[in-house]
Design a binder for this molecule. Sequence first.
Ligand code: PRP
Length: 183
Amino acid sequence: MIAVDIASDLDRVLHTEQQVLTRIAEVAAQIDADYEGREPLIVGVLNGAMMTVSDLTRAMTSHCEVDWMAVSSYGSGTRSSGVVRILKDLTTDISGRHVLIAEDIVDTGLTLSYLVKNLRNREPASLEVMTMFRKPDAMTCPVNLKYVGFDIPNEFVVGYGLDYSGRYRNLRDVATLAPHVYS
Ligand code: PRP
């Protein structure tokens, strides 16, 4: 779906599908250049990163492999406990591999700071992070992000893999939700 299909659910479009694809092609070119001669293993974080990984890897002109993890924050119903649980682990042994984590969004940074620590313990040859979106005003856990698609405001944002209550992941554009949807 595109933004006009669900216009009454949305406040404003932050980035159109075309803007997202143009930006992801730029990031892919940078990754191709940086990883020349070192085939990266792209680790997508389910579910949100499905679009990012799909478009990023197809925009790359060099070889890569893809694997997936699923994680969940829990504890008192909030992310603030700092506890992250692995729901689905990698199938690949990443020891000695050049690993690039791919995320749809970094909000507080909690998920990624856990993932980076967890994967670093498995002794990859290198470990970097790419995120399509970052909310600078929401970050509480500092994480070193090598590749960032766009910085976005600290609002309810949906589309391109980002959901609200399970919906809107299949929105091609990236938009803020209208308050009546979540209030
Ligand atoms: C989202 C997103 C990141 C995480 C970022 O996942 O995909 O993994 O939140 O938030 P943080 O920086 O505050 O940790 P979510 O838990 O919503 O699951 P999803 O990927 O299935 O949407």
